[in-house]
Design a binder for this molecule. Sequence first.
Ligand SMILES: O=P(O)(O)OC[C@H]1O[C@H](OP(=O)(O)OP(=O)(O)O)[C@H](O)[C@@H]1O
Ligand SMILES: Nc1ncnc2[nH]cnc12
Length: 171
Amino acid sequence: MDWNSKIREILDFPQPGIRFKDITPLLADGSAYRQAIDELASFAREVGAQLVVGPEARGFVVGAPLAYALGVGFVPVRKRGKLPHRTVSVEYALEYGTDVLEIHEDAVRPGQRVVVADDLLATGGTMAATVALVRKLGGFVVGAAFFIELGALGGRDRLAGLPIRTLIRYD
Ligand SMILES: O=P(O)(O)OC[C@H]1O[C@H](OP(=O)(O)OP(=O)(O)O)[C@H](O)[C@@H]1O
Ligand SMILES: Nc1ncnc2[nH]cnc12
């Protein structure tokens, strides 16, 4: 699959200097979307995923179908104040700002094998925070799956030691 042809670049969104990778063309193409999820599902099976955790919002369009393909549960990580039950939280930085991410305190069982999933790995701040939340609950993060990696931003270094699968990398 020519993944690059399914990803649109928007310059200076949401801030000047950002080259925004827009995955909506990939999502709109049913066979490309299915193939993307199937490739990440192969990886998640290899690492023995028992649960998928994905951060709001684009992590939901990767993580939820990935969980469905695997036949395991999906747990949302959300921005501050959105989850209704008791939460644990962590502050994080991303390519264009800082925020707080939260997870329900009972969302992961201790020792459960978790794959974390998102559309894009940039600085790794979002995914490092997601991994930290899973570990706070006692989960065992066995891998991280993304459609896109922006290699120049060094996100891989923030996830040191974790098996990572991405469909396409931009340097
Ligand atoms: O590796 P990082 O530097 O953390 O950047 C990657 C994150 O940034 C984007 O999410 P964003 O916070 O823009 O939220 P959205 O998914 O709600 O659009 C993207 O979907 C990743 O979650
Ligand atoms: N360049 C980028 N494109 C799309 N989403 C992003 N999240 C962080 N950096 C991004």
